[in-house]
Ligand binder design. Sequence first.
Ligand code: MN
Length: 478
Amino acid sequence: MKRDSDRVKKAVAIATKAHEGQFRKTGEPYIVHPLAVKKILEDWGMDEDTIIAGILHDTVEDTELTLKDIEQEFGESVAFLVDGVTKLSVARNGMRDLDTYLPQTKDNFLRLMVALGDDIRVLIIKLADRLHNLRTLSALPPDKQKKIAKESLDVFAPLADRLNMGLLRVEMSDLAFKYVDPKRYAYLKDLIEKYNKQAARSLKKIETEISSALKKEKIKFILSGRVKSVYSLHKKLAKHDQNINEIYDLTALRVIVEDITDCYLTLGIIHSLYTPMNGRIKDYIAMPKQNGYQSLHTTVITKDKHIVEFQIRTKEMHEFAEHGLAASFYYNEQKLTENYKKGKIEHLPTNLLWITELQMTAAKLREGKKVDLKKLKLNLFADRIFVYTPKGDILDLPQGALPLDFAYRLHSEIGDHVVGVKINGKMANLNKKLEHGDVVEILTSKNQLPKTSWLDKIITSHARSKILHSLNSNNKKL
Ligand code: MN
């Protein structure tokens, strides 16, 4: 274990003093939390400034300590990171109403983006903070548990995924899902365990066969099982009409080898031993996923009719798949320079360069400069579109959203009285699909009331429930 540097020791001492007399809901002294965040960031291999900012992340908001103090003691960079985390948390606390909060909330989202744009490490600290809060969620009252858990599933776990932080995504989503839907969680966890028990013997056999075949070919390897996460099984089952027989990756084996050549050799060896399933070979080495994930995947049927998924990758790919963006900090060991803050992050893998784009745009927004938002590709939320009110507020909606979805997202009072819509300054039909970057102006009239036909002009469940609610109460009034 690495010894703490003098700066880190000083940060721990200052945070301990600042949080003195404060306690967590678990009953422990508050400092336990920042220290846990420190440990998580260390495990992720983050740089010293990030670790120090992690130790201090709650001081500015919750204690007497000021940003100025932090800047004097630890320099501009640490103060900058703490400020970013504080801003994120202030933005979040500003949204008290559970239903309207995140990620729908324009203001909050914009702030999130701006803070993100400052430095991606802010987000990594926030993820570590959230992870520890989830691990200790049992101490909170049930309504808070549900809120935090749901927000973690909706916002933080997908963020971890976009940053290819696989271990974090799995831990977060399973911890959170347990609170969001405890019965379903228990049922699926049990299902996975039973399945694994059944598969255990034949899996042993497969491991032996693969090991001896690889040794024969003089390929160095590490073989390990991977247990499917409860939440990902839940999502997959939803896609496949709850038919577990269509889930082919319940049992998966990982083969970690030395280099890319060995990856392909190993794939060939596996296919010579077992029958590959049609259409289940995926080459994410030649074509990485959007988040940078690389591996070869194949699903095979063994002699005793077991279906097993293999994931084959190099050590570097494995490290990156588990720790994602955090791993790239670790591997490059590059000092984060002023350039980094300004958005020139040369040491990021090319498939994560969208972060640069996001940062530069956020910097412009902060300076009050005009930004061509159409050009901004927010790969972070690839399945969402971002549209604007004439005042420049940002709302994010699912792809395919229609003007009424937008109106109801603004406010049900607005939605209920829609008479028309202008998209980019021109009158448009309520059937017109909104596009990323559109400026949408809703025209209303007090006399207008929701119509049944509106149900065909929306795609979000939010708008649907609001329309149904209005239709019902209007009927009662008549
Ligand atoms: Mn915290």
